[in-house]
Design a protein around this ligand. Structure first.
Ligand code: NI
Length: 255
């Protein structure tokens, strides 16, 4: 059984045909999905989905691109919602230096506050990093994020950075980009990551795996990511599915 650890089924791209998307996921062998909400509307939608569907869990937090919009009230709201037993992680949080909507210092402050909240409510964290690796690692260290651990979501860094993150109790999660034809580096990194530290995800509707690149992504396609990892590890799809499924259940504390 496959576990999609990062899906935005709360996005408007799934407004019309969510039932069909979930049926295709089931047919592909996807038994569990974590839906990620990262601002007011997507957090609200996440709470609806986890109440509506048994196999959907939630991860809520504030995206670094929108850090400038987060108020103390929002943080308190996230804290309250995190008491729901199907909220299994906080995020996605982190730093994104590609977009310049939120200044770096505000992103860093919002990131630190969310790590502190995760430690308070004892939930793992899901990290978004774009062009900010050095500062992300520095803040994870300074805030002792290893106390809660979590996931480096859609990891695209080097094996050295992966090792630093694994030492801090983080799993390394791979998505569609590892299947791209020209993705030599992500493939090399995936090959090196120990089996007990690997997770798989879609990040749908974004980052659609090969051969559907350019189309809308959906949880069923996490199978393509698992297939690619299996190939790199010279193992079967079933073995990789089981290992990553167990890793996810352990991290999210799902029985
Ligand atoms: Ni995401």
């Amino acid at each position: 059984m496959l576990f999609d650890t990062h899906a935005h089924l709360n996005a408007e791209q799934f407004g019309e045909d969510l039932e069909e998307v979930l049926n295709r996921a089931k047919e592909a062998g996807v038994s569990n999905i974590v839906v990620v909400g990262f601002d007011r509307p997507t957090i609200e939608k996440t709470m609806e989905l986890i109440n509506q569907y048994d196999n959907i869990y939630g991860c809520i937090g504030w995206h670094p691109v929108d850090a400038i919009d987060m108020t103390d009230n929002d943080l308190r709201w996230i804290e309250e919602l995190s008491q729901h037993q199907k909220i299994v992680a906080l995020g996605e949080m982190g730093l994104d230096y590609y977009w310049d909507k939120s200044p770096k210092d505000i992103q860093q402050e919002v990131f630190r506050k969310q790590i502190q909240l995760a430690k308070k409510v004892k939930l793992p964290i899901v990290i978004h990093n774009r062009e900010a690796t050095e500062d992300v690692v520095k803040i994870l260290k300074e805030e002792n994020a290893s106390d809660v651990g979590g996931i480096m979501h859609c990891f695209s860094g080097s094996i050295e950075i992966a090792k630093e993150c694994m030492d801090m109790n983080f799993y390394i999660s791979f998505g569609g980009p590892v299947t791209f034809k020209n993705a030599r580096k992500p493939k090399e990194v995936a090959k090196e990551i120990p089996l007990d530290k690997i997770l798989i995800e879609t990040d749908c509707p974004y980052l659609t795996p090969h051969p559907y690149r350019g189309k809308r992504n959906e949880p069923a396609y996490v199978k393509l990511v698992a297939q690619q990892i299996a190939e790199l590890k010279e193992m079967t799809l079933e073995e990789i599915a089981e290992i990553t499924h167990n890793n996810a259940k352990k991290l999210f504390n799902i029985m």
